[in-house]
Design a binder for this molecule. Sequence first.
Ligand code: GDP
Length: 206
Amino acid sequence: MKIKSAEFITSNTDVSRCPSEPIPEYAFIGRSNVGKSSLINMLTERKHLAKISGRPGKTQLINHFKINNNWYLVDLPGYGYAKVSKKDKKEFQALIQKYFTKRQQLISAFVLIDIRHNPQPIDLDFMAWLVGKEIPFCIVFTKADKLKPKAREHQVENYLQAMLEEGWQAAPPYFITSSSHRLGREELLAYIDSVNEAFRQSRPNG
Ligand code: GDP
């Protein structure tokens, strides 16, 4: 997919105020510092579309970006930032739960995982919650340049294996990316393109 346009549309805390257009939407989420902003900028070829590590854990906003006038890329707040108060954590959970359960345009979530990390309860619990709500998602392994190719493969295999051992019935689809090396960009965008196409064909007048 060629990115012809990438526009910031809105930031808000209330899912009812998100854009109402019925176009496919993909939500990016992960722990603070996982590389989400860098990934969004790499995918869209815009240096500053998403803000890189401003104040981690502080911006609890749903950010909508319209891509190619055709689909929404949504930047959700990062989770798991240690210095967040209990009140902020509760607000975050309410915001995220409302977003995922109410947002009808949502096609798929992309859950970002730093490729160097072993499975952590915070990520696994979140993915299990998505499964429970029947929300499709893919894992996006980030910062792949931090490992050599062999170690990368090994780490991903171990991650998915650990999920199966934890009782997951199947490993989710996944992508291996590096924002600094533009790795995984074509694959991820081609995936979104193919899902958008299937979405359009499934509509009565698509
Ligand atoms: P966010 O908090 O999830 O939005 O993460 P950021 O995109 O702000 O990135 C957090 C830190 O990781 C920053 O210092 C980035 O420069 C760094 N980073 C992000 N992506 C990559 C990557 O693909 N490779 C490397 N080496 N560093 C990255």
